[in-house]
Write a protein that binds this ligand. Sequence first.
Ligand code: DNO
Length: 349
Amino acid sequence: MKMTMRWFGGDDPVKLERIRQVFGVSGIVSALHDTPVGEVWPYEDLMELKEQINAEGLQFEVVESIPVHEDIKLGLDTRDKYIANYCASIENLGRAGIRTLCYNFMPVFDWTRTNLSHPYADGSHALSFNYEELQKISSGNDLVDALPGWAEVYTPDRFRYLMEAFQGIGQDAMWDNLEYFLKKVIPVAEAAGVKMCIHPDDPPWSILGLPRIIVDEDALLRLVNIIDSPSNGVTLCTGSLGASLSNDLPQMVRKLHRRIHFVHMRNVAVVGPKSFHEAPHLSSMGSVDMFAVMRSLVKCGYSGPIRPDHGRMIWGEIGRPGYGLFDRALGAAYLQGLYEAANKTVSYS
Ligand code: DNO
């Protein structure tokens, strides 16, 4: 297993020279955050990012993510142009020696929360999602302004357009559009030596009338069966999938492990139907049995990249929601403890 951490590039308040001090971390997960959605990721820019990472003695392991243009998810005529650009970006990743590409197929929003600063009794803060709160927010007029984290992504006009456009798209059409996309990009990824791995929808259920499809084991199995290729894989995100208690994470590992190319490992405390707080990584603080997931990964021989995921804000740190240094570093340390324990005991069980 390769322990990695996400880094948002030069503007990230968490610097690479700090990340390299987290013991065991050898890889970086990053992206070209300034390239507009739908455009080709230039090879030179990827190499520049890679060199910055290498200069700190770290490897550029994973791209997370090249965003999929909404026209592709909507199945519009313009999708072919964006898919061709996506293919060109994949080829550039391959040339730059970056072998893992995490992406998602969530309509309009990526991860969605109702509070970016949910207070814990110990004075720390974490992200949370509350179903009733979302209903309240969505009944207001300025949804995009009220939904934490999204006002910077969309102009009100673009947002309104997308919300309307997706009203005619059901789950079946989303699957068709995903299949169309995969049939074009996976052969290119295979030729480029790049493993794509879809990130589950977060949270794993439809929100605001938008169809979400990558929500459970059946969906992930359906996805990998669309094209039988090592380049058509999944990201196991325990926090996203774990928000739904019916998802059996160790079992998913057993069923999907040949196609798991990246692991996001964090805990989540389910506090009600479709409501959760992000929890510290430790199993006892949330609803995910982190050791059971790690043991399953070790038993299945998973050897790819893994990263701690969203952390709380602790010790007075102020930073990008979920992506401060301190709590993620604790997460990385904990995951490595679990890994060592699982590795040393797996042969006895
Ligand atoms: C949230 C992340 C997601 C993830 C994308 C992958 O913190 O896990 O935003 O990067 O869904 O495409």
